[in-house]
Design a protein around this ligand. Structure first.
Ligand code: SF4
Length: 512
């Protein structure tokens, strides 16, 4: 065997050794019983044609590779941003393993959540016993100050009532009467993780705020929304608010939860917005959401208690950050300090330095609705051209909003907006109307390999690259980082461009 203790081969050279290549070949020939290579190629080529594109876009009853996750994932993420809080998902174990692994694979940090472990009997007779026992066990084992309950498909299909079930758990004594147990119904078969985030955020605020009287104050609530770069973006938002001297509460702050130092101990409840701050947030003058699609119900509720509300669309780049700072100024009356104007100037300067390398480049963008809006706006600021913008969880209203944004710049002319479409649709779009670069998450790597369009990873989930989320994409500083990420990919692509003999013979420049 090629592998030995003297020379341990990594998987790539190892699986290219004859022992393995022969074994893979034999497996394919003897057991996979596939079609001939020529036939496979013929069909693969046809699936990149306009003919197939039309059939693919007419598809209604099937979703292939959606660029979204289900509601409870968003609920678990929202709950994770509150201090000493354990997510309890009423449903099956497998679903919760998926949320934990999805978040851990992206953030490279532990992600804690428990389930009521519903199986077939609970699906038939109802999950009350699972809930009562599960809440008791979770409380005894993990000692949270708050348990945030959400639901999976199974619990929603049979119609389990979270209000009744959590009250019964208290009546039966499995958890203390005074334990905070907010909840949100998060049916996974409607909406997406952004809806789940909204439902859980509203559920938590409603749980605390409905028990108290509001005394209107001057502070500002910020809701970040579901964001794979939340660790650094939340810190960037706090840094800017501190510079402006704003009194604020970040509702659901995961920045320390998903970025724990290695100090030899496991802290299950690092960071997060405290219960006291969450209660006091009712008295805020206003609530500002960084992502509209993640907070429509929550903002409606905040408005109903007497707060001013405003929603942004992922404050990325110059205009995105301007909109954030102007909204804060408008809502709090605080001036934007000179240091932030200097940061803005530096970003504008950097954009001007690099403009010629981005001008006219075509980009396809996919991800959550607000990410697409923020990223498309920034791409146009750079003089580049969004060509396809796709959000599987984008609504018709989002599509109109996106079209209005594109119409605001000559660089948006000709861009096509795809609400509710998936990544298999995107494959057809890219095969028939190609772009220079693709902006999205790790799932785009299959499109990159298939269609030879370089992928730039800038949104959740990023599983196959490490630590991107530790650097902000929001604010002027974040804009600089996104600019550099785009430029690096442009330059790497030029350097990797080779002639038929495999040589980079043209524009392999030392200075650009
Ligand atoms: S879609 Fe339903 S079954 Fe699948 S992970 Fe989400 S809750 Fe579980």
């Amino acid at each position: 065997m090629p592998q030995s203790v003297e020379k341990v081969l990594d998987h790539q050279p190892l699986f290219r050794q004859p022992e393995y290549t022969e074994m893979f070949k034999a497996k394919k020939e003897q057991f996979e019983c596939g079609h001939p290579d020529e036939k496979v190629q013929e069909i693969a080529d046809w699936t990149k044609s306009w003919d197939y594109r039309e059939k693919n876009l007419a598809r209604e009853a099937l979703v292939v590779n959606p660029a979204k996750a289900c509601q409870p994932l968003g609920a678990v993420f929202a709950a994770a941003g509150f201090a000493d809080t354990l997510s309890f998902v009423h449903g099956s174990q497998g679903c919760v393993a998926y949320y934990r692994s999805h978040l851990s694979r992206h953030f490279k940090e532990p992600s804690s959540a428990v389930s009521s472990s519903m199986t077939e009997d609970a699906a038939v007779f109802g999950g009350l016993t699972n809930m009562v026992d599960g809440l008791g066990t979770a409380h005894k084992l993990y000692k949270p100050k708050m348990i945030a309950v959400s639901t999976t498909c199974m619990a929603e299909v049979i119609g389990d009532d979270l209000h009744a079930f959590t009250s019964t758990a208290k009546e039966k004594g499995s958890i203390p009467q005074d334990l905070d147990v907010p909840f949100a119904h998060t049916p996974a078969f409607v909406g997406s993780h952004t809806t789940g985030y909204d439902n859980m955020m509203k559920g938590i605020l409603q749980y605390f705020w409905k028990k108290q009287e509001r005394t209107a104050g001057e502070s500002l609530n910020i809701i970040p929304g579901f964001d794979g770069f939340a660790v650094a973006n939340n810190r960037e938002i706090k840094r800017m608010l501190d510079m402006m001297g704003v009194d604020y509460t970040l509702l659901s702050d995961v920045s320390d939860v998903y970025d724990m130092p290695a100090d030899g101990t496991f802290n299950m409840y690092a960071g997060g917005t405290t219960i006291e701050d969450t209660k006091a947030a009712m008295n805020a003058k206003a609530t500002l959401s960084m992502q509209q699609a993640c907070t429509s119900k929550t903002l409606e509720y905040a408005e109903s208690v007497g707060q001013q509300v405003k929603a942004l669309n992922y404050p990325l780049g110059v205009q995105g950050t301007d909109a954030f700072l102007m909204a804060v100024k408008e809502l709090t009356g605080k001036d934007i300090p000179e240091e932030l104007l200097v940061e803005r100037g530096r970003l504008v300067d950097a954009i001007a330095d690099s403009m010629s390398h981005l001008h006219g480049k075509k980009f396809a963008i996919y991800g959550d609705p607000d990410f697409c809006l923020g990223m498309a706006q920034f791409v146009m600021e750079l003089g580049a051209e969004p060509t396809h913008v796709l959000a599987t969880n984008g609504t018709k209203a989002w599509g109109k909003q996106m079209e209005a944004l594109l119409a605001s710049s000559p660089y948006g002319e000709g861009c096509q907006v795809w609400a509710g479409k998936d990544l298999w649709h995107l494959r057809s779009l890219l095969a028939t109307e190609p772009v220079d670069f693709l902006i999205g998450n790790s799932y785009g790597k299959y499109l990159e390999r298939d269609l030879k369009i370089p992928l730039i990873r800038l949104t959740f989930p990023i599983f196959d690259r490490h630590h991107h989320h530790r650097f902000p994409t929001w604010g002027y500083q974040g804009g600089l980082r996104v600019l550099v990420t785009l430029l690096d990919k442009v330059f790497d692509t030029i350097d990797a461009d080779t002639n038929e003999t495999g040589v980079s013979d043209y524009s392999f420049d030392l200075t650009r």
